[in-house]
Every structure is written in C-alpha cells, then in structure tokens.
Design a protein around this ligand. Structure first.
Ligand SMILES: *[C@@H]1O[C@H](CO)[C@@H](O)[C@H](O)[C@H]1NC(C)=O
Ligand SMILES: [Zn+2]
Length: 266
C-alpha cells in the first residue's frame, strides 16, 4: 500500500465515524422533524417595555459601486428587554447569572407547551393559578426542561396598545400572566424546570407592580422568556427548545432567537 492510500483510508474512517454515522444528524434530518421559529422579528415597530430604549434600526450604507459591486451595513440600538427576549436571573436577583453566563445545558432542553388560550379566552385580566394546571403539568421525568405558557396573545403583537393593554393617557399595562402561587409551586415542586416562557410581554401579569414571579424565578436560578411567538401551533410535548440569547456578558437579559425542533405531526 502506498502512503497515499493509507492516508485516504484513514480519512475515510474518520469521516465515517464523525460525520456520516452521527446518530443525532440521522434523526434530525430524517424528515420526521422540523425547525419552528418561535421568535418575533426585530424592527422599528417591535414592542419594548415602556421606558426601555426601543429597537432602532438605522440604515447606514447601501452602495452600488461603479463596477456593479454592492455593499450594505446597518446599525441598531436596543434595550435588553423587548421583542422575543430572555430575562437572566440577575435581572431580579443580585446573586443570579447574567445573560452571557447561562450554561448551554440550560438553554438546549426539552420544551413543554401549556396551552391556556381557551381558558384565557382573550381576557387581559386572566391570571394563571395552580388550579388551572393541576391536571396538566408534566415533570419531564425529572430531566431539565422549560415550560412555555400560551395565553393566545401572539396574534396581537402587531398592535402595541392591544398587546400591552395600554390604558388611555397612562403607562398602566393589562395583559395575562402567572400568579405568585404558580411560580412558587413550580420552583419548589419541579426542580428540573430551568426556565419559564410566555407569549405576552412579562411573566407577571401586566397590572403587576411588585413582579413576584420575576423575583421567585430569578432567586431559584430560572430564566424567563418573554414575547414568545406562538402564532403557529406546535405539539405540547416532544419538541426541543434552542434558547439562544445574544451572549451579552453582563446582560440582565438579551434579545433571543428561540427555535423549537419538533416531531412532524403525522
Ligand atoms: C427606523 O427608525 C430610525 C430612527 O427613527 C430611522 O432612521 C430608520 O430609517 C427607521 N428604519 C426603518 C427600516 O424604517
Ligand atoms: Zn424581560
């Protein structure tokens, strides 16, 4: 055997072991799974918390050169807490992790969707209590997971006033959210839950002034995901979430690209 043949055989062996036979890739690209974007797009209209800096997208350069070549580049500025975003535990707990410090083991996890939209029935005063959940919550067999609560609010995302429940001439907000009771229950009884999500602007109800849910999740090391885009239905169990916030080192939160990998419904 020439040296070249030996090298070639070695390379083939390496590629067999590390590429072709990767079991995860075989599952992922078998045609039985799909990638679902649970993120609202960022643009000048994206909803931000009152008093936060909005997402401001400035078109800086768009040039067609004399030789036909193209060059474009933009700037943007934004607060941490707007659009689809993550709240780091540091947001409401001084000893908590920052956005850029969350370990990947807590960010790529099974996803449980709890669809409460029929019970909410478009009522901006709806608050989720334990009694609504007793029969529904599944603990994912003790393995890490996140729970995203669907209130049916994503359909209002393009109407800021309706989405936030803004009163006339004031900064009062009104939209559905979780009760303190539910946050206490999850953090004490379901230690495997690493984060909570909602399809509204805050895990606490819009009318909340004390933000008990934020305080409880932060203190227990959970992150929150807010303004999840649930305009498309996905299975309540069986999806995997990719929770990948911008890695802002000392962020109290960060814009988030949230994707679910879901089994295709047969
Ligand atoms: C977004 O808003 C900024 C500041 O008001 C403005 O300069 C920019 O043109 C807007 N961008 C778009 C795409 O509308
Ligand atoms: Zn936030």
């Amino acid at each position: 055997m020439s040296e070249n043949v030996v090298v070639l055989l070695l390379l083939m062996q390496i590629s067999n072991n590390y590429c072709a036979r990767n079991e995860l890739n075989i599952f992922l690209f078998s045609g039985h799974y799909e990638f679902v974007d649970l993120t609202h797009s960022f643009d000048n209209e994206t909803i931000y918390w009152p008093n936060s800096l909005n997402f401001v997208f400035v078109k800086k350069i768009e040039e067609l050169g004399a030789d036909g070549s193209w060059y474009a580049a933009n700037d943007f500025t934004a607060g941490e807490h707007g659009g689809t975003h993550l709240d780091a535990p540091y947001h409401f707990y001084r000893g908590g992790l920052h956005a850029g410090e969350l370990p990947l083991e807590k960010l790529i996890v099974p996803l449980v969707i709890v669809d409460m939209s029929a019970k909410v029935n478009d009522d901006p005063n709806f608050v989720l209590y334990k009694e609504h959940l007793d029969y529904i919550l599944n603990d994912n067999n003790g393995k890490p997971c996140i729970i995203i609560f669907k209130f049916g609010w994503s359909k209002y995302f393009n109407d800021r006033k309706k989405y936030l429940g803004l009163a006339e001439n004031s900064n009062e907000l009104n939209f559905p959210g979780l009760s303190e009771e539910v946050a206490k229950w999850i953090t004490s009884s379901y230690k495997n839950v690493v984060g909570l999500g909602v399809d509204v602007a805050s895990v606490d109800p819009g009318s909340s002034k004390q933000f008990p849910v934020h305080k409880i999740t932060s203190r227990h090391g959970l992150y929150n995901i807010e303004n999840v885009n649930l305009n498309r239905d996905i299975p309540e169990y069986g999806c995997t979430a990719l929770v990948l916030p911008m890695k802002i080192k000392l962020g109290t939160g960060a814009p988030l690209r949230l994707v679910a990998i879901c089994p295709k419904e047969q």
